[in-house]
Write a protein that binds this ligand. Structure first.
Ligand code: BTN
Length: 315
């Protein structure tokens, strides 16, 4: 619990500042109490905020002190959902505005890439999905995946002393172990994106014993890598600020800046790798990425090939 200064605020003052009725103030106070805020009622004086919850995911806590341009202008927090991506997709289909962020404390059926599950225990990690409506061709949607990878990498390096690398297409690694993954989904017509969902999962405070033995990739968390516990609201605040800034730059200046930073953070360029493309194994040297986010590989028989999806490992 974070302690607050002991100021008493009258119901009348709150009503005037918020421009709502006294009943609405009272309802909001009760809502905050349900969310874990401790608020004292002092008869004939008003309300006093005693303490705010440290690590409960609450929209007002996440956005404290920030003004967002688009991403973060509307934050919806759930205790538990099947998948924040599924929620966000449904909301977007019903017209929810660009920049809306869906956050959950836990997921019953967190979705990973290639039809896999994403471990989503309660109280420890970040599970969020963001609705975007960029005016772009579906072929360019990968650019937003790269944008979110850069935002996650920047955030981790901003709130910790840990060094990240991006592994194509969208894994974030620390010391060679995966700490975050991205699952971006879209609704599109042939030449037009209707909306995109940026799904972001970050293993923040997850302990070793919370990972299943069957996980394919060596996985980790910021806690395991540093021995420190991170406040989820603080992490999300920083992440949304980075996403908002990068997205604003993307809309104004295009993809170039993101591409440059993504390439600088990617550990595969110039390395020898093995790619598993649905059971077909390719081995070669990574030359770079093309204009559509595909990995360009110089295969050992001398030919070049484009990889659009697959599991990559360094050799
Ligand atoms: C991966 O396999 O690397 C992608 C993992 C993406 C997980 C996140 S958690 C929030 C969002 N909701 C989901 O169901 N999946 C994504």
């Amino acid at each position: 619990m974070r302690k607050q200064p002991e100021r008493v605020v009258s119901g009348e003052e709150l009503r005037a500042v918020l421009k709502v009725s006294r009943t609405a103030v009272w309802k909001q106070i009760n809502q905050l109490r349900i969310s874990g805020y401790i608020i004292e009622s002092l008869p004939a004086q008003g309300y006093r905020l005693i303490a705010v919850p440290d690590d409960k995911l609450v929209p007002t806590e996440i956005s404290t002190g920030l003004t967002f341009k688009r991403i973060g202008t509307n934050i919806i927090c759930y205790q538990e959902v099947d998948s924040t991506n599924v929620n966000a997709f449904q909301l977007a289909e019903n017209g929810e505005k660009e920049g809306t962020v869906i956050v959950a404390d836990s997921q019953r059926r967190g979705k990973g890439r290639l039809g896999r599950d994403w471990e989503s225990p309660a109280g420890v990690n970040i599970y969020c999905s963001i609705i975007l409506r960029p005016d772009i061709f579906p072929l360019n949607a990968f650019q937003l995946t790269f944008l979110s990878a850069v935002a996650v990498a920047r955030t981790i390096e901003n709130i910790s002393v840990l060094k990240t690398v991006i592994k194509w297409p969208n894994d974030i690694l620390i010391n060679g172990r995966k700490v975050a993954g991205l699952l971006n989904e879209m609704s599109a017509e042939t030449e037009k994106v209707n909306f995109l969902i940026l799904g972001i999962g970050v293993n923040l405070n997850m302990r070793n014993e919370q990972f299943p033995d069957t996980l394919r990739h060596p996985s980790s968390s910021l806690f395991i890598e540093s021995g420190l516990v991170y406040a989820r609201n603080v992490f999300l605040r920083r992440l949304l600020a980075e996403l908002d800034e990068l997205y604003d730059d993307y809309l104004s200046n295009g993809y170039q800046n993101i591409r440059n930073e993504w390439q600088a953070r990617c550990n595969l360029i110039g390395r020898k790798i093995k790619v598993d493309c649905n059971g077909i194994i390719l081995i070669g040297d990574v030359i770079g990425t093309d204009d559509f986010g595909a990995l360009l590989l110089k295969v050992d028989d001398g030919s070049s090939t484009r990889i659009l999806a697959g599991d990559v490992s360094l050799i």
